[in-house]
Structures are given as structure tokens and as C-alpha cells.
Design a binder for this molecule. Structure first.
Ligand code: HEM
Length: 416
């Protein structure tokens, strides 16, 4: 949102300018010449009311790539896998068009148009009549099952899209695994995410149904520096060694395929936090290969230091089976196995034994799941940390290229 739009939104939300309600969502903005003094007042009032808290951020829905992949990680997420129940191909196509249209509208924000009072409102209204974008991204992906013989999409299957294979020792819960369509909804506020899911389900009713969903939250950035990574629920800093999203060449090598899409891996990993909390700190750090406090590789003092496996060939400092060493041995041969992680923590109550149901919605974007994610996952089989988590669900999906422009929609290439 530009500064002008931001001021306009704030003014409107605070009832400082004219009648709200004119214009379609995101189309017209009430604006006018504002004095610097008035702007200061608006900003001040907004701050007092707490509405500057990322609520006005926007992330473009349209572009060469979908949002929610390289764009900054928002505080809240819902990942929902949907089954296609559309009776025919055309209904599915309209539903996917509606999905993108709704996602775009909500990502821009604006005033909900009002029709006759007796009609159901065009928006549930949970975020009020003037919807703030809240940094929303909706990332849309397709599972391999969408390309079966139901909708005539067989020959459109993305080349490297497969059903997620079972990995060693796993017994995934079928009710939390796979799906025809995946929506990854992320925003700065929880209510923005919840509202978006509800609107998406309404827009695609009769064509897409919920199969499973999980809510995630990011650890807050607590320093000590702005760059310091937030922590996961094992209390270790997470995201440190991710490839740099500003490095276009690396993104082209590791994340995007030739079309500008990306293969998305979702893994629901329950973490047995009660057991983890009974493990000695040194042992925890040995399993990960990093210091819990700073996130530095063992023996180092800075989170972003190179672990220098070359001068520790026997694993005296960082064990050969430490999580980070197995995940990325940092050799020339394993360089093209790296990928972008975008995980969230989850907490969803407790089980019948009274144990906390907490864990990680592990999400990764890569160019070739067999070459990258699966190779790493196989290498991690049997790592010491295995005793402290259980894989329960997830799936492989393909997030196509971005829409390119406002007339486009995610999935259009399937129906071309
Ligand atoms: C409960 C499960 C997991 C926990 C608690 C966990 C934790 C961590 C931590 C603390 C780090 C170090 C900080 C960082 O670079 O982000 C890390 C790095 C990493 N993890 Fe995990 N992780 C988990 C699951 C996985 C899975 C399933 C994979 C992939 C199959 C994976 C792949 C990686 C990779 C590639 C790195 C970066 C290694 C490097 O380049 O140095 N992790 N993880």
C-alpha cells in the first residue's frame, strides 16, 4: 500500500473522511489534498488505536511468481488442503478463477460494496466494512491427484509432481495427508487469515472442500539483532542457513522451475516437547549442531558463521549425524540439494493422553523434490533427533507461476 493509500485507509477507518462505502473493493480510494498537519494527526490517531501494526501492509498477488514464497514470513498462517468435488472441468475452472479473484481482492483490501440489505453480504464482514490487507498472501498449489482422469488434466501434470512418497519409519495419518489443491494463507494478523479461508471456501463452494487444515504461527523476532532468526518449538533458531531470497541466481537454481513455479513440500511434524524438555542442553545442541542461545554452529559465536566441516572431518565439534550436518553437508556435490524452508510452528491443544499437540508445519519450496527435499529427508533418516518428533501428514504440491497480471489466475495454464 502506498503512503497515500495508507493515509487514506487510516483516515477512512477512523471516520475522518466522508462516507465510506463508495466503490468496489480496492477500486476507488477516497483521497484528497491533505495538509501535513492532518496527516500527522491521522498517523498519531492510528498509532494510538493500534491499527498501524502491519494491518495496512500489502503484498502483490500478481506478478511473475506467487507471493508467500520469497516474500517475508508473516506472523500467522493457515495451510489448507482441499479436495476437488466439482462435478466437471468447467466448474473446477470457475472455482479456481474465483479463488484467485478473491485472493487478489483481499490482498489489496478496500471497501466492501453494499447491495440490497436482504442479500447475503458479499463479504462475511469479519474484518469490518473496509478490509485491511494485513500483509496477506494466498499461495495456491496443486497436488498430483488433481491430474487424474476426473478433469481431463492428465497431460498438464507438472513434470516433477508426484505423490509424496512414504519415508523410512513413517506412518502418516491419511486424514492429514495429500490433497488436490493447497492454499497457504499467511498474514500479519490471525483474523485476516481466518477471514480469508472463510471467504475462499465460500467462493469455491460446490467445487472445493476442506480435506485438512492446520494453523501456524511464526516465532516473534526477539533479537538481539534484527537479523537474528526466530525460534521453533524446540527453542532453536530456525531459518539461519536458508538460501538468500534476494539472490536471484540461487532462486533460479534452487526454487523456481523454468515456468516460474515451484514445488512445495508440506510436512506436519509433531514435536514431542515434553520429552525434549527433559533432555540436557548439551545433548539438544549436539543433536542439532548449533548452540541454542545464539544459534551459532557448535564451537562458534555467531549465528551466521560457516560451520567449517572441512576442518572438522571426524565430527569432533559438530557430530557427523547432527541435524544441520546431515541436512546440508556443504559439499560441492550437495550444493544443488539445498532448498528454501518457510516453516511455521503449530499448537493445536493436546491429545487424549494429555500431551501437548505442538509441532512444525514444515514447508519447503524447491525446483525438484526428488533431487532436493527427498534426498535431504532420506539423509536425515535415523538422525538422533528422530526420537523427539513424529511425521503425521503433509503432501507434495506444485505452486504454479504467478498470474503475470490482473487478468490472470493461478491454474490458467492447466486450461489453456
Ligand atoms: C521437528 C523437525 C525439525 C526441527 C526441529 C528442525 C530444526 C532445525 C534447526 C534448528 C536448524 C538450524 C537453523 C537453520 O539453519 O535453520 C535446521 C536446519 C535445517 N533443517 Fe531442520 N528441522 C526439522 C526438520 C527438518 C526437515 C524435515 C528437513 C528436510 C527434510 C530439514 C532440513 C533442514 C535444512 C536443509 C537445514 C539447513 C542446514 C544448513 O544448511 O546448514 N529440517 N533445522
Amino acid at each position: 500500500m502506498s503512503p497515500i493509500d495508507r493515509r487514506t485507509f487510516v483516515r477512512r477507518s477512523l471516520g475522518l473522511a466522508g462516507a465510506a462505502g463508495a466503490g468496489a473493493l480496492g477500486a476507488e480510494r477516497l483521497s484528497g489534498p491533505a495538509t501535513a498537519r492532518a496527516d500527522d494527526d491521522v498517523a498519531e490517531t492510528a498509532r494510538e488505536q493500534g491499527i498501524e501494526n502491519g494491518i495496512l501492509d500489502t503484498v502483490a498477488f500478481d506478478g511473475p511468481h506467487q507471493g508467500g514464497i520469497l516474500t517475508p514470513v508473516q506472523a500467522h498462517a493457515t495451510v489448507a488442503a482441499l479436495d476437488a468435488v466439482a462435478p466437471d472441468r468447467t466448474t473446477l475452472m470457475y472455482a479456481l478463477q474465483a479463488l484467485s479473484a478473491r485472493a487478489r481482492t483481499l490482498a489489496v483490501g478496500g471497501v466492501t460494496p453494499r447491495f440490497e440489505v436482504d442479500d447475503p453480504p458479499v463479504d462475511s464482514g469479519v474484518l469490518g466494512p473496509d478490509i485491511a490487507p494485513g500483509g496477506l498472501t494466498v499461495t495456491i498449489g496443486f497436488g498430483v491427484s488433481l491430474f487424474d482422469d476426473r478433469y481431463g488434466l492428465k497431460d498438464k501434470k507438472p513434470e516433477k509432481l508426484e505423490r509424496m512418497p512414504p519415508f523410512a519409519g513413517e506412518d502418516l495419518d491419511a486424514s492429514q495427508t495429500h490433497g488436490d489443491v493447497l492454499v497457504q494463507i499467511c498474514a500479519n494478523q490471525r483474523d485476516t487469515v481466518v477471514h480469508t479461508l472463510r471467504e475462499i471456501m465460500r467462493a469455491t463452494r460446490g467445487a472445493l472442500e476442506l480435506r485438512w487444515a492446520v494453523d501456524g504461527f511464526a516465532g516473534a523476532r526477539r533479537g538481539p539483532t534484527p537479523r537474528a532468526s526466530p525460534r521453533n518449538l524446540f527453542a532453536f533458531r530456525d531459518g539461519t542457513a536458508n538460501p538468500d531470497v534476494r539472490d536471484d541466481a540461487a532462486m533460479r537454481r534452487l526454487v523456481w522451475d523454468a515456468q516460474g513455479g515451484s514445488y512445495q513440500v508440506v510436512r506436519l511434524i509433531r514435536m514431542h516437547v515434553e520429552f525434549w524438555d527433559r533432555v540436557g542442553l548439551r545433548e539438544q545442541e549436539t543433536m542439532i549442531g548449533r548452540t541454542r542461545d545464539t544459534g551459532a554452529p557448535l564451537g562458534g559465536d555467531d549465528e551466521f558463521q560457516d560451520p567449517r566441516y572441512d576442518i572438522d572431518p571426524k565430527g569432533d565439534r559438530i557430530p557427523l549425524d547432527a541435524h544441520i550436518r546431515l541436512a546440508n553437508p556443504r559439499t560441492r556435490a550437495t550444493e544443488d540439494q539445498r532448498f528454501l524452508r518457510r516453516p511455521y510452528n503449530y499448537h493445536r491443544g493436546f491429545d487424549s493422553a494429555g500431551s501437548l499437540d505442538q509441532g512444525m508445519v514444515f514447508m519447503a519450496y524447491n525446483q525438484d523434490p526428488a533431487r532436493q527435499f527427498a534426498t535431504v529427508q532420506n539423509r536425515l533418516a535415523g538422525e538422533p533427533m528422530t526420537d523427539y518428533f513424529t511425521h503425521v501428514g503433509g503432501g507434495y504440491f506444485y505452486a504454479p507461476r504467478g498470474t503475470g497480471g490482473k487478468a490472470g489466475w493461478i491454474g490458467q495454464d492447466l486450461f489453456a
